[in-house]
Ligand binder design. Structure first.
Ligand code: FAD
Length: 287
């Protein structure tokens, strides 16, 4: 099923994001965790594409498994990294043959050590170019990435939203946001996007907080602002993993409830291939 068609049936979608397991031991762990999450009957699931364009085969193998063996509506992530037009065209054909109908199309990050992104020869520099190319050649339902607190490379949020508009006009059916902890940032971002004529669903991407190290790592990676109250709690409990876990889950539950009550069109959970926290947060929402 195409994700854009799901929107006609439900005003909110709930989805889980996975990454391909690195080895056989992680694959077993992955199977157990996915088993728990599937019981929640997600609207769709998504599988990331290796940073630096690596691990592409693992992404394709996993989307095939989730879509065809488990029967879930599955979205494959795909980036501009390491692909020219011919390869992109062929990869899209391959995914189509697998029965994949949904793509999250991204630029990808520059390789470690470089500050700017270099387009591959005969490839693309921006997600919007990749989206337009795929839209012109295939009938996928396409998602793009959005950054309520601005993409780290963008000089201003205004400029970033200008480029987001190009992504929307190129053919994105929906957008999923980078993780954030401050709902005000999300709602004011959606308002700005609407003012700029971006009218598709902007689904908040949420990471359930489970540990002190995890939250700091992700906040640094994405430049997501940690609200003062949450920061204080995390500092207070930083040497007590159980208390951090509970405070983190309580925060995530409150964050999701607030988003949904104020009209967000669902939640996309960054699961990190772990089920416990996502299940606890999801179940507490009484959907
Ligand atoms: P773009 O939309 O191209 O934007 C990147 C930067 O370029 C922004 O600063 C933007 O303002 C600017 N820009 C855009 N268009 C133009 C233009 N025409 N002229 C000048 N500047 C422009 N990474 C992976 O490697 N694999 C994944 O599976 C993956 N999944 C993700 C899923 C989600 C929901 C999100 C939010 C991110 C994901 N990422 C993934 C990370 C993503 O690849 C990086 O954030 C990357 O740095 C930007 O990708 P983008 O598609 O947003 O790029």
């Amino acid at each position: 099923m195409k994700i854009r068609d799901l929107f006609g049936h439900s005003d909110k979608t709930f989805s889980f994001e996975f990454f391909p397991p690195r080895d056989e031991v992680s694959a077993v762990d992955f199977g157990i965790n996915v088993g728990q999450l599937i019981k929640l009957n997600p609207s769709f699931v998504s599988v990331t594409y290796g940073a630096g364009g690596s691990g592409q085969e693992k992404t394709f193998t996993l989307v095939d498994f989730l879509q065809n063996k488990i029967g879930l509506t599955t979205m494959a992530h795909y980036t501009c990294v390491g692909s020219n037009r011919e390869k992109i065209f062929n990869d899209m054909q391959y995914l189509q043959k697998l029965g994949i109908e949904n793509l999250m199309l991204l630029r990808g990050d520059p390789p470690a050590g470089s500050v700017s992104f270099q387009a591959p020869k005969d490839g693309f520099s921006h997600a919007s170019d990749l989206i337009r190319f795929v839209r012109d050649n295939y009938d996928y339902s396409i998602g793009g990435a959005a950054y309520p607190e601005k993409h780290p490379e963008a000089p201003t949020l205004e400029e970033d939203i200008g480029h987001l508009k190009e992504k929307y006009q190129s053919g994105s059916d929906f957008l999923i946001t980078q993780l954030f902890f401050n709902n005000e940032a999300y709602f004011s971002f959606v308002k700005l996007a609407r003012e700029r004529g971006i009218n598709c669903r902007i689904i908040p991407g949420i990471i359930p907080i489970t540990s002190y190290a995890q939250i700091n790592r992700f906040a640094n990676m994405t430049a997501a602002h940690i609200p003062h109250e949450l920061h204080e709690k995390l500092e207070e409990y930083k040497d007590n993993p159980d208390k951090i876990y509970q405070a983190g889950i309580d925060f995530s539950i409150g964050q999701c409830r607030d988003l949904l009550e104020k009209g967000a069109p669902g939640i996309h959970f960054y699961t990190l291939n772990k089920s416990r926290a996502a299940v606890e947060v999801f179940e507490s929402l009484n959907l």
